[in-house]
Design a protein around this ligand. Structure first.
Ligand code: DGT
Ligand code: CA
Ligand code: CA
Length: 364
């Protein structure tokens, strides 16, 4: 059955969130930094607005290099505010969900959606749906985003990547081949530097070249699953469903304490309903999780976290409560100030239905 699938990606996400909170930033380079706290400028650029990108600033670049590129220019270097971006992300997903058949969050600022039914299989109605999604996100949270619409996830992602920011690109079934054939192979969802290097070794640079490469050759270069995926996806074929399962990258709840405190028992009592809450959400999604974090906001508003990643996923309240209690103790050991707010976050989800998914298997 033909499908109508979308991929939505928020534009320069962390930096844009800072811009909407403080509009005076819109006219200057904004660089969101992950400080490693080893020395003043040690750390890397998480993302930057387009003003900064035009001056050569890129994600992953050392902060010191970005500073050099912007020497003499008024620019804002801001620390990552994860909790804030998580909240905005959650809100965006809430806005999109009722407008689509199925929503699958694929990262903090992106999601796949299936609109086969709401668009009645028509790419013209799909345009209307996509515009309304862009509109509601802009009106409600103030963010611009980019959407790609295509017959499947792989091509929808190629479509959204093809024109940013504030893009809307439709690739109808009959245009899939002409749209993708000249694109570089590393644009394919799941193809990282390692895979594309191996392909380059065989003079396969574009998706079109990959599409005409014999499956047997690909099977000599890669394991079978990856070879098949490369063969099909380069030919514009992808049956991967949009699933709500494995939805968000993380689930978190945070509260403000009735009064500032550093008494573990007292804090834990107030945190307990939040622990139950995140667990309930993971149960609803039918996922287990491997990472557990506790987040503390101190009286001076600085943020501290402690986390633990387990070998095996868990999904029971008893274990989660025990771990959170241990983490809370470790968190409090790290400073002498009182806590003002405290939260719990789980991530590293794995499906309990345990259906092996190709795209899970080859994480980009
Ligand atoms: P875009 O989509 O090109 O307009 O720009 P972004 O910033 O939304 O980029 P995207 O979608 O790849 O990533 C979403 C957010 O994830 C981004 O706002 C910050 C964070 N992020 C992306 N790349 C990196 C990275 O290399 N390091 C760190 N720490 N964070 C990153
Ligand atoms: Ca983005
Ligand atoms: Ca993204």
């Amino acid at each position: 059955m033909p499908r109508v699938i979308g991929h939505l990606d928020l534009d320069y996400f962390y930096a844009q969130v800072e811009e909407i909170e403080n509009p005076s930033l819109k006219t200057i380079p904004v660089i969101i930094c992950v400080y490693s706290h080893r020395s003043e400028d040690s750390g890397v650029v998480s993302t930057a607005n387009y003003n900064a990108r035009e001056r050569g600033v890129k994600s992953g670049m050392p902060i010191a290099v970005a500073k050099r590129k912007l020497a003499g220019i008024e620019a804002a270097f801001l620390p990552v505010r994860q909790e804030k971006y998580d909240q905005v992300s959650e809100r965006v997903m809430e806005l999109v969900k009722p407008r689509v058949d199925t929503l699958e969050q694929a990262g903090i600022d992106e999601a796949f959606f299936d609109i086969t039914r709401v668009s009645r299989e028509s790419f013209d109605s799909a345009t209307v749906v996509a515009r309304s999604i862009k509109q509601v996100i802009l009106q409600d949270v103030g963010l611009s985003c980019t959407i790609g619409i295509a017959p499947n996830k792989v091509v929808a992602k190629l479509a959204s990547d093809s024109k940013k920011p504030d893009g809307l690109t439709l690739v109808k079934p009959e245009d899939v081949k002409s749209f993708s054939s000249s694109l570089s192979v590393d644009k394919l969802y799941g193809v990282g530097t390692k895979t594309s290097e191996i392909l380059r070794g065989k003079e396969i640079r574009t998706i079109g070249e990959l599409a005409t490469t014999k499956l047997e050759l690909l099977e000599e270069l890669f394991d079978r699953k990856l070879a098949q995926y490369l063969h099909l996806s380069s030919n514009g074929l992808d049956e991967e469903p949009v699933t709500e399962r494995g939805e968000a990258a993380q689930i978190s709840r945070i509260i403000t304490l009735k009064q500032n405190s550093r008494n573990a028992q007292e804090i834990f009592e107030q945190l307990a309903p939040m622990i139950e809450d995140v667990l309930k959400k993971s149960v609803e999604r039918r996922v287990g999780f491997r990472s557990i974090a506790i987040i503390g906001i101190l009286t001076d508003l600085s943020i501290r976290t402690r986390n633990r990643t387990l070998e095996v996923p868990i999904n029971d309240l008893h274990t989660l409560r025990k771990l959170v209690y241990v983490l809370l103790g470790e968190l409090l050991d790290g400073f002498d100030k009182e806590l003002r707010r405290v939260g719990v976050r789980i991530s590293g989800f794995t499906s309990l239905a345990n259906q092996g998914s190709l795209l899970e298997y080859i994480k980009p």
